[in-house]
Design a protein around this ligand. Structure first.
Ligand SMILES: *Cc1c(COP(=O)(O)O)cnc(C)c1O
Length: 457
């Protein structure tokens, strides 16, 4: 075992391939349905929203997909990212566990999101797309796509969930600095936005609503604009596999192998990014790493949602997929981890959770910020509130190992830094941050609006 703290790969170790879990999945893929007909979609429908290369990746069964050199060149601005042994946190907890974290917060925009924003912008540029539309919750995805769009000279239009727009002006300014246009969603710019505002002029917005607006604008653009999604879809999860592939090499440098790998989940991309390469090792090479997805109790799709077909967005314009869902009309409470306020979950992750290949837990907001502050004081990095969910779970694992006197090797993904989230930290420091009960009634109401799909579930 190494006595090092930072495990740094060379530029030559940057992965040349993305890993596509579909090739090794022990559960059959579920169909993607047209939101109008509820029949399997055709590439024609998807091609209104996405360039063909990304549609092919979405349905690909190939295990390894080559990363274009143009994308690798930009990855080199921040990849490979460091793997850190959290020695000072271990000491503070007095645990025999070894805690490692992969720091995706070192990307220029501050999270793992550029890992997919860069290739999405690249493939759109190659297909002649003039502008990309998208939603953003906390602002991390919007920042990443704004940066990537600028690199490839494509305009970017961002529909930012209104509560985040108000809480996080600096994220908006960052996006505008990269050259993007940013709107507080629900807006008056789309039919769906206007209909939401007519019902509730004070709507805080949600990822589901913002997705609907971005999809509507792309769908009505006559082909000039395409839509870009920062999570949930197979191709997005595949792009994020660079996180886990690098981590495997870095754990090897450390001379250890994780007993447990932890990530927070909104739509599932950063968790899949770190966990799927380890799941491959479980499935094919006899490893037995526990894979733990951590969600907020305010939007607990994996732990409280049901596994069924549902729309990806609130306006029923996005494809219908089989996933753990709280109902597409459910608007999660306005927690500060805006990136985790989504009603659904990536189909592959939902299926693996259902099959018992990964575990899921939910943690409440205040305990999450307590963990974030403990981490910041020990390791110096202020984590994104989303990432803090993974930290909460990692600390709880380390304390459990301590109680049982076990040496446990814990790896978690630090999906982003929280330097733009300081208003939430101030609220916590003043004792003004609330916990939210599981919104059972709102979920029950939303469940009554699930699509009636004829395909056997
Ligand atoms: C967007 C975001 C998430 C949640 O999205 P996933 O697709 O589940 O990864 C988590 N952490 C950070 C820092 C984010 O920006």
């Amino acid at each position: 075992m190494s006595d090092q703290t930072r495990f740094i790969l060379n530029e030559t170790d940057l992965p040349k391939f993305w890993y596509n879990i579909a090739a090794d999945s022990p559960v059959p893929p579920t169909p993607v349905l047209h939101p109008g007909t509820l029949e399997p979609v055709t590439p024609d429908f998807l091609s209104v929203l996405f360039p063909m290369e990304l549609i092919l990746q979405e349905v690909s069964q190939e295990r390894y997909i080559q990363i274009p050199e143009e994308v690798r060149e930009i990855y080199k601005l921040y990849r490979p990212t460091p793997l850190i042994r959290a020695r000072r946190l271990e000491k503070a907890l007095g645990t025999p566990a070894h805690i490692y974290y992969k720091n995706e917060g070192v990307s220029p925009s501050g999270s793992h999101k550029p890992n997919t924003a860069i290739p999405q912008a690249f493939y759109n540029k190659a297909a002649g797309t003039k502008a990309l539309t998208t939603e953003t919750g906390a602002g991390q995805w919007g920042s990443a796509l704004s940066m990537a769009g600028n690199f490839f000279d494509i305009a970017v239009e961002v529909y930012m969930v209104k509560v985040s727009y108000q809480q996080k002006p600096y994220r908006r300014i960052l996006m505008e600095t990269y050259g993007a246009q940013v709107f507080a969603s629900p807006t008056e710019r789309t039919d769906f936005g206007r209909s939401v505002l007519a019902d509730d002029p004070d709507s805080p917005g949600s990822l589901g609503i913002a997705i609907s607006e971005a999809v509507e604008v792309a769908a009505k653009s006559g082909g000039a604009k395409k839509y870009s999604l920062g999570s949930v879809l197979n191709h997005v999860l595949t792009h994020q596999s660079v996180i886990g592939e690098e981590s495997l090499k870095q754990m090897d440098m450390a001379g250890e192998y994780p007993d447990v790998v932890i990530g927070c989940v909104g739509g599932g991309s950063n968790f899949a990014g770190i966990a799927y390469p380890f799941l491959r090792e479980n499935l094919k090479n006899g490893q037995r790493t526990r894979l733990v997805a951590v969600e907020p109790t305010a939007a607990p799709s994996l732990t409280k949602g049901i596994y069924t077909f549902d729309y990806g967005d609130s306006a029923k314009m996005a494809p219908v997929v089989k996933m753990h869902t709280l109902g597409h009309s459910f608007v999660p409470p306005s927690i500060h981890a805006g990136g985790l306020r989504y009603h659904g979950m990536a189909p592959s992750l939902s299926a693996f959770c259902n099959a018992g290949l990964i575990e899921a837990i939910a943690v409440p907001q205040k305990a999450t910020f307590e963990a974030a502050i403990q981490f910041a004081k020990a390791e110096g990095i202020v984590p994104a509130p989303e990432s803090a969910h993974a930290i909460r779970a990692a600390i709880d694992e380390a304390l459990d190992a301590k109680a049982k006197g076990e040496k446990r090797v814990i790896l978690f993904n630090l999906s982003g830094h929280g330097n733009f989230d300081l208003a939430a930290y101030e609220k916590f420091n003043r004792g003004e941050l609330e916990d939210y009960e599981y919104p059972a009634e709102a979920v029950e109401e939303a469940m009554s609006h699930l699509p009636k799909v004829a395909i056997p579930a």
